[in-house]
Design a protein around this ligand. Structure first.
Ligand code: FAD
Length: 344
């Protein structure tokens, strides 16, 4: 178990902002993870678990506690039958390595989630998703250390209460469980249309009509490379705001002044308006606000161009939320989690 002291959170998060954490402990086994939590408790220190830090915003004050850096490895097939293979992966594995592993086995189920940054252990937290797939679709169960009872537990699909970019791990149980492995059931059947609109558009343009997990992966990676800034070169946390879920009358009201409003029927009387559309329609695309650039290819992404503090980021966020609210009477919500609260 590797323990370091006074580590800048800017080096552990892809937004590259944040003061020091008292301790950072790298854990590579379940037992090390448990020990890290127990040691922190003895020292009266709070704990926050982190993976790649690609969905975490740190504060200038840093973290007065222990950051547990999950590096638990391992990917293996645990069940295999004529139609499916069940894979189990350690929480510290890189998510995209798991996707590549499954695609190399010609398995279908997570290939459209190629290229999502971060670790396997963080994937259930916001029920990651992209290009028409989400984790919940293939998820069977996960193993976790329960910080309340000091025991290892297995949580089923039902236990996790997945919904759009949400689960118990962002809700009632935030900070309670440290996820050590996840188990997914993937299928041998080839992927079939209909595909997500922008993916299908690319297939049509390139005259691709035979679909394998590999074709999906390659094309998703190509679309992502064009739309999403590589966080190792351009510090960012992916989509900074959640898409807005609104009532039909709100869509109609916006349509009166913006006939091109993008609104997707959710089938329950509600509509989803992409946060990127709201920001772009507020003329903020490409703007640099307090050192944060509204990405000129995808306005929902904020790139840390020259911001040096959380205060800069907060000022940029405020300006965007206020402008969108003044224009459309919709209040945008932040997607990445904040490393500000004691969580266990
Ligand atoms: C360029 C870019 C593109 C992105 N695209 C997408 C996308 O297409 N779809 C999508 O859904 N997301 C996307 N994201 C967001 C991000 O990739 C995901 O949220 C990812 O799951 C975060 O993984 P992480 O390891 O970096 O999490 P971290 O930022 O390290 O942690 C995120 C949260 O999960 C908790 N956590 C981490 N590990 C564990 C664990 N083992 N047990 C319990 N809790 C844990 C943390 O405490 C924190 O609250 C993108 C981000 C970037 C930077």
């Amino acid at each position: 178990m590797n323990v370091q002291t006074n580590i800048p959170l800017s080096t552990l998060t892809t937004m590259k902002i944040g003061g020091n954490a008292n301790y950072v402990v790298d854990v590579t086994t379940r037992e090390e993870l448990r020990q890290a939590y127990q040691n922190a408790k003895k020292l009266g220190q709070q704990v926050y678990i982190i993976g790649s830090g690609s969905n975490t915003i740190a504060h200038d004050e840093g973290f007065n506690g222990v950051i547990v850096h999950n590096k638990i490895p391992g990917i293996k097939a645990i069940v295999d039958d004529h139609e499916s293979t069940t894979l189990q992966a350690g929480g510290g594995e890189i998510w995209d390595d798991l996707v590549k592993y499954s695609v190399d086995l010609n398995l279908s189920g997570i290939e459209a989630m190629s290229g999502i940054p971060g670790t396997v252990g963080a994937a259930p937290v916001q029920n990651i998703g992209a290009y028409g797939q989400e984790l919940a679709n293939t998820f069977i169960s996960l193993d976790a250390y329960d910080t309340q009872t000091d025991a290892f537990v297995t949580l089923s699909w039902e236990d996790c209460s997945f919904s759009y970019r949400h689960s118990i791990f962002r809700g009632n149980a935030q900070g309670r469980y440290a996820i050590t492995t996840i188990t997914l059931k993937l299928y041998k059947k080839l992927p079939e249309p209909p595909f997500y609109e922008s993916l299908q558009k690319r297939f049509d343009e390139l005259h691709i009509t035979a679909f394998t997990p590999q074709t999906i992966r390659e094309n998703v990676l190509a679309i992502r490379a064009d739309k999403l800034p590589d966080p190792t070169k351009w510090p960012n946390a992916g989509s900074f705001f959640k898409n807005a879920i609104v009532e039909s009358w709100q869509v109609e009201s916006i349509r009166q002044s913006n006939s091109d409003v993008l609104a997707f029927d959710q089938g329950n009387g509600k509509f989803k308006i992409p946060a990127g559309w709201l920001i772009e329609a507020s003329d903020l695309k490409g703007e640099v606000l307090h050192g944060m650039k509204v990405h000129d290819k995808n306005a929902v992404v904020l790139i840390n161009e020259s911001a040096t503090s959380y205060a800069d980021l907060a000022a940029a966020r405020e300006q965007i939320i206020t402008t969108v609210r003044d224009n459309f009477q919709i209040v945008l919500e932040q997607e990445p989690l904040e490393l500000d609260q004691p969580v266990s």
